[in-house]
Ligand binder design. Sequence first.
Ligand code: SAM
Length: 315
Amino acid sequence: MSFAAPQRIIAEGDIVILYISINNMHAIEVKKQIMNKHGILVEYTHQTTYGALKVENLIGKEYGGKVELSRGYAYVLQPNPELWTNNLPHRTQILYTPDISMILLQLEAKPGSIIIEAGTGSGSLSHYFLRAIKETGHLYTFDFHESRVEQAKEEFKKHGLGDFVTVQHRDVCSDGFTEELTGVADAVFLDLPAPYLAIGHVVKALKLNGGRFCGFSPCIEQTQATCVELEKNGFLEIQTMEIIQSEHIVKDKHIPVIDLEFVKTKREDDILQTAKDQKKQPGKTKKVLTTIPPPMQPGHSGYLTFATLPPLSMR
Ligand SMILES: C[S@@+](CC[C@H](N)C(=O)[O-])C[C@H]1O[C@@H](n2cnc3c(N)ncnc32)[C@H](O)[C@@H]1O
């Protein structure tokens, strides 16, 4: 039940995040035994770069606490969508937190929202939708890959989210969404190779008083085709954006103190000479808090296209 509500004590069956460092985390299921490669149940020991953890020992411990590994220690955290995105088993390419933040904001995902998503993929985005819309909302998520559908169903159930999500096996481009979803959705999100083929079905699924759409596409050609279809189908406020996360490094820097009186009275040559001398033999410096732009720009993930379907009376 580890995703459903805040929890103080770790219970058998929980999914926990074993946090060693920001770049070294593991999502593990708390259970006493595990099947080995010969199909025999054996004691569950999880291996890390700082040695082994007997997983059974986590039961009854407090979330946020420190646990001993055979060659070090780690912290055990209750998972949230952000931690899950960084540790989930990849069955497909996934969406990450920077893009997802904008999707949640633009689709106005909130408690009570009815949201349709296709494809489910690895369920990275689905976990954020579920956190935003439960307990009164519902997520309907579709994928045409049968085993991904089964894995996602199993995962949501294990995470205590099963009551707030319906996972269905369906090709939404050729068959649309299911009939009972006609006119019920507040928002529809598509992460598909050809989202433009499903826009007619999106119109049918959105509420009669309108709703929001978002499509994620890595290539501009997919985005262009989606925009054309959105316009043809009466969508307004069509907007495409790219989210580039740029983290600035904040650090103290020691910079030379400039004697302004000296600068005022001396000739340019003298000032240059003094600067050169100071480089060889630094004089007085001052500590200043600075921000440094990141050494590398993060790469492109995809284009997010948002649009509004107006109420039926205005279409
Ligand atoms: C990139 S993944 C989605 C990843 C997901 N957004 C996440 O964050 O984990 C795309 C998924 O769409 C599914 N898909 C592609 N075309 C589809 C279609 N026509 N109908 C339903 N699912 C489709 C694929 O099987 C795949 O699982």
